[in-house]
Design a protein around this ligand. Structure first.
Ligand code: G
Ligand code: G
Ligand code: MN
Ligand code: NA
Length: 242
């Protein structure tokens, strides 16, 4: 079982497809956008989520090619159908090592006739640690053209607050581990972390998206805590574009 060899073959046969999960305004469940989530249609093993192959993709560097195939599919879906709001793609930190990442992405969007403001990118804090000047250059160029960035899995990494004014970040996605703790007897630490993130984001004009919202009780608690947007099984699972 050689996953790297399988991944190489899958790249040649373009065996990747996006699924989409809605992002909603929690107060009235209006869909404001979606996140595009990578799936691999593996010949023997069926449909694989990134957890099954992301490590191999990152270590081998193959994730860059996979991502470009994925982005082309997403942008084709956006051109073909009127998906509500924005679509957020996940961007591996590796991409910021290429100085032409932003131009290449903007080129795909322009060629498809898709408005750049319909696209967002999701990055993790790891990306921001790498090479700050180059990354802020890419993020600034994308923002100038209308492609906003959201910071994924926020609260789990270094969460250096200095990122937030050094880089143009439009939204923070609160990691689902904090949301999972918001039950009847919510753990005080998770509530404190969410409160702090909400206060910080509010003062910087950054949107908050809570991830992994599964219950009505979590939704109500998050609204009380001042979170505006959410993603999770309560509102919708990742689904093929149709
Ligand atoms: O849907 P799932 O739980 O398998 O997604 C797990 C993680 O995989 C996501 O949180 C995201 O960070 C990563 N991921 C999803 N889609 C993509 C993609 O298109 N490219 C990259 N590089 N990572 C992705
Ligand atoms: O990029 P990111 O790591 O945020 O990817 C989101 C992942 O979380 C996807 O793989 C998706 O399948 C998963 N997910 C989305 N909503 C929920 C949820 O409500 N609960 C749980 N446990 N996982 C979720
Ligand atoms: Mn994401
Ligand atoms: Na996330």
């Amino acid at each position: 079982l050689d996953l790297e060899a399988d991944l190489r073959r899958a790249i040649n046969s373009d065996a990747f497809e996006p699924h989409y999960q809605p992002i909603v305004r929690m107060s009235d469940a209006t869909v404001v956008g979606s996140e595009a989530l990578l799936r691999w249609r593996h010949e023997q093993r069926g449909l694989l989520a990134p957890g099954a192959f992301l490590d191999v993709g990152e270590e081998s560097g193959l994730i860059e090619q996979v991502d470009w195939l994925m982005y082309a599919r997403v942008i084709a879906d956006m051109a073909r159908s009127d998906m509500p709001g924005y679509v957020a793609i996940n961007v591996s930190p590796r991409h910021f090592r290429s100085p032409d990442f932003a131009d290449r992405l903007l080129g795909l969007v322009a060629a498809a006739g898709v408005a750049p403001s319909r696209l967002r990118i999701e990055i993790t804090e790891v990306a921001l640690l790498d090479d700050a000047p180059r990354i802020s250059q890419s993020l600034n160029l994308l923002r100038e053209r209308g492609v906003l960035a959201q910071l994924d899995d926020f609260g789990t990494g270094f969460s250096a607050l200095s990122y937030l004014h050094r880089f143009p970040i439009a939204a923070l996605k609160i990691d689902r581990s904090f949301v999972a703790d918001l039950n009847g007897d919510a753990r005080a630490e998770s509530v404190a972390v969410i409160r702090a993130i909400v206060a910080l984001a509010g003062s910087l004009g950054i949107e908050i998206i809570a991830e992994g919202v599964e219950t009505q009780a979590q939704r109500e608690r998050l609204l009380e805590l001042g979170c505006t947007y959410a993603q999770g099984f309560l509102f919708g699972r990742p689904e093929p574009p149709a």
